[in-house]
Design a protein. Structure first.
Length: 338
């Protein structure tokens, strides 16, 4: 059944950065039917730059997430342009020193949505790719007795220093544009978008992907055509202020940065009770197999299972790549069967 997106309003919502939003909006989409005992719920948070329509391709009867069996909820992350974001919220001022959204904010808002709108207390699975995986880990840490399973696809529970360099380069590329005033963009940052997209493309797929020129198989005439029509065009769909906001969320990701764990990262990972599928791609440059394996070793009920792919980080969102999609589907269905 196709439904219109829902809008959940959070009054006087306190953010981790100490700002208080008079009204925060959480836009969400549901798929499938909620079981009478509410035992069939999958939460599927969004990733960087994505809205629910960008990532719901995998929700189909023969897909990674089956809506004929599961009730799937995609909550749009703060900052993504649908939920409360700089582009639609006067109180979300990037110019104010220290304003940012965190995954703690995202997950606490999602928990209120589930409990107050759907009376859902327990999740069969939190499935997430990239920044969605970061949110999945936060669910496992913040609500360990309410999260049965986690599928963390190409993501870590804490942003590494190497990953931070990539994110800072994106932020610098956008804000180096002449339209940036130090507080906001006066016009579309043409040069900023162009540089941003090329930095992103260089990290998102592996060296082997480019060496084998996989982009020709998808209708692009040249490398420049691929960079322009795929990467640059996709990010130009997003407000640059929102892109900065989501970078900041990614930068501050740390499952132990909350009052419960007070910076004790290993204790936070050890607190996860969920059956956890840790699934990097073998060629991911953002969330490397080594980083993911190190976290899996600290999670009590974790299974480490890398995607053998040359698609790099994009192996975790394989709408153009049936082989990687089949690999993930098999692993997730096995996880849900246990």
């Amino acid at each position: 059944m196709n439904r219109s997106p829902g809008c959940f309003i959070l009054e006087n919502f306190s953010l981790q950065c100490q700002a208080v939003l008079p009204q925060a909006k959480l836009i969400y989409q549901t798929y499938g039917e909620l079981a009478s005992d509410r035992s069939n719920v999958i939460l599927y948070p969004t990733s960087y730059g994505a809205q629910h329509t960008d990532i719901d391709w995998l929700i189909r009867p023969d897909g990674i997430l089956d809506p004929t069996r599961w009730f799937i909820i995609i909550p749009n992350m703060f900052g993504n342009g649908l939920s409360t974001s700089p582009s639609n919220c006067q109180d979300c001022k990037l110019s104010e020193q220290g304003f940012w959204f965190s995954h703690l904010d995202n997950v606490l808002a999602q928990e209120q949505l589930l409990r107050q709108v759907f009376q859902i207390e327990r999740l069969a699975l939190v499935y997430g790719w990239s920044m969605g995986a970061q949110q999945a880990y936060h669910w496992g840490v913040l609500f360990p007795d309410r999260t049965e399973r986690i599928a963390a696809i190409c993501g870590t529970a804490r942003t590494t220093d190497h990953n931070r360099i990539f994110l800072e380069s994106l932020r610098t590329a956008l804000t180096a544009d002449s339209t940036w005033t130090g507080t906001h963009f006066e016009e579309i940052p043409e040069r900023g978008f162009r540089t941003f997209a090329r930095i992103y493309a260089s990290w998102a797929a592996s060296q082997a992907f480019y060496r084998e020129k996989i982009y020709y198989q998808h209708g692009y005439k040249s490398l420049e055509d691929y960079l322009l029509r795929f990467w640059e065009a996709n990010y130009r769909k997003r407000d640059p202020h929102n892109l900065l906001a989501m970078i900041d969320t990614w930068l501050c990701c740390d499952i132990s940065n909350n009052p419960t764990y007070q910076g004790d990262y290993q204790r936070a990972l050890a607190a996860i009770q969920a059956k956890t599928l840790v699934m990097p791609a073998t060629t991911d440059l953002y969330f490397t197999p080594e980083d993911c394996a190190a976290e899996a070793a600290l999670i009590p009920h974790a299974q480490y299972r890398a995607i053998p792919s040359i698609w790099g980080h994009r192996a975790g969102n394989p709408y153009q790549n049936p082989d990687d999609a089949a690999f993930i589907r098999k692993a997730v269905w096995e996880l849900l069967a246990n």
